[in-house]
Structure formats: structure tokens, C-alpha cells
Design a protein around this ligand. Structure first.
Ligand SMILES: O=C(O)CCC(=O)C(=O)O
Ligand SMILES: [Fe+2]
Length: 230
């Protein structure tokens, strides 16, 4: 039996101008993504990265900003086996996220978080990038593939995905970060996540008291980027 609902009162009440509208951000997450020996091989390459190749990670626009981001990045790291696997699932990712990756090319770095490292809340593409025609504006999909020794030699380091919120994505006034709901994703070894680069996200601080490069939280983080031709 359906009950009649009186909506008159609701219609007469004005919608609060301060209301924050939130909706869960879509994330495709795949665990045990690569065959275990392939993941192990990638981890070994990450562990044996040359010290000289690891430079302080930069924020969008190629700036060093240690209050926003603390980690090391290896820009020349190669991971063809990961790219092949991403290619194999891109159709499903497109369907879930509602974008087309046709004509895109991957660009990525190996990111290394150790004790005390973090990456504060940010977007991989902002409306400003698009307005200014910055290279980041070509990012169509973000991917992050995680690697670490097992059991994890660190704690923390979750990927925090904030729910999309109005007015957050329109203008920043009036919306405090504390008001935003979110979901945390564990950076489990051999798992990968895909999301839209406009989504607000954060790497929670990593605790790795013993330090040591080999004990780091490794992530191959990149984007499927529109090419000039696409
Ligand atoms: O390592 C992660 O979980 C995400 C890193 C990230 O957001 C980035 O490099 O833009
Ligand atoms: Fe990011």
C-alpha cells in the first residue's frame, strides 16, 4: 500500500543558501590488479630506484610546496606492464566514470612516501588549469597503483577521496573541509584506483618510524591525457 505524502510544507520551505550538497565521488578500485610476480617485479624496481632519480615531488604547475606535498618522485620510472594492464580495463573505467579515454596517452611518475610524508587535499585538474590552458587540463582520468612490502612497513597513507560538494566545485567560499564527507581507500599492495582528476583527494600522513626507502609507500601515479590531436 502506498501512503500519500503531503509535500506542501516542504515546497513552501526555502532551500537554505548555506546548504552543502554532497555526492559520493566515483572511484574504480581493483585489488590484486597484476599477477603477483609482475607486481613483485615492479616493487623490486621501485625499491632499487637510484637515489639521484628521486627528487622532491612538486605540485601542479611544477612548484615545490612542502606545506602541501612532502614525498619523493621519480619521473623517469618505466612501468610498461602496468600500462598494458590499464589498457585492458580502460573500457570498464570509462563506463563507470562516464568519460571517454579515446586518443589519450598515459603520463606518470613513481611517488615515494616515507615517514611523515603527505599530500594535502588537492585536485589534479582545477578550473584554473582549464582556464589557463595548463598541461594538467589535458588529464582525463587519474590512476594510482600502489606497491609496498608485505606486511606493510608503514601505517597511515590512506587515499582520502572527498565527496563532491557544492559550492566546493563552484567557488570555495563558505565550505570548510571539515564539512565535507569522504571515504578512505587503503593503499594496498597491487591495488589500483581510477577517478576523475577534478575530484578532491588527499594522501593522509604516512608513519614509517624506521624509515628506509625500501619500507616506503610506493605509488605509480598518473593520468590518461588528451593528446593535441584528440
Ligand atoms: O598516492 C596517492 O594515493 C595519490 C597521489 C596523488 O594524489 C597525486 O600524486 O596527485
Ligand atoms: Fe592527486
Amino acid at each position: 500500500m502506498t501512503e500519500a505524502v503531503d509535500t506542501t510544507a516542504a515546497l513552501e520551505a526555502p532551500v537554505s543558501a548555506d546548504a552543502i550538497w554532497q555526492s559520493a565521488t566515483k572511484v574504480c578500485r581493483i585489488t590484486d590488479f597484476l599477477p603477483a610476480p609482475t607486481a613483485e617485479g615492479l616493487l623490486q624496481r621501485a625499491v632499487s630506484a637510484e637515489r639521484d632519480d628521486l627528487l622532491p615531488a612538486r605540485v601542479r604547475g611544477n612548484h615545490l610546496d612542502t606545506r602541501t606535498r612532502s614525498s619523493l618522485a621519480h619521473r623517469g620510472f618505466s612501468a610498461p606492464e602496468l600500462l598494458t594492464a590499464i589498457d585492458a580495463v580502460v573500457g570498464q573505467v570509462e563506463r563507470v566514470l562516464g568519460v571517454s579515454c579515446a586518443g589519450t596517452r598515459p603520463a606518470f611518475t613513481l611517488n615515494v612516501h616515507n615517514d611523515g610524508d603527505f599530500y594535502r587535499a588537492h585536485q589534479d585538474v582545477s578550473p584554473h588549469d582549464v582556464a589557463s590552458g595548463l598541461a594538467a587540463a589535458k588529464r582525463v582520468v587519474t590512476f594510482v597503483y600502489y606497491l609496498h612490502r608485505t606486511p606493510a612497513p608503514f601505517t597511515g597513507g590512506a587515499l582520502r577521496m572527498y565527496d563532491s560538494a557544492l559550492p566546493l566545485n563552484v567557488h570555495h567560499d563558505g565550505l570548510r573541509r571539515e564539512d565535507c564527507t569522504y571515504r578512505d581507500y587503503a593503499p594496498d599492495h597491487n591495488s589500483v584506483v581510477f577517478f576523475l582528476p577534478s575530484a578532491l583527494h588527499e594522501v593522509m600522513p604516512v608513519s614509517c618510524p624506521g624509515g628506509g626507502h625500501a619500507n616506503s609507500r610506493f605509488a605509480i601515479n598518473g593520468w590518461l591525457c588528451r593528446t593535441d590531436a584528440s
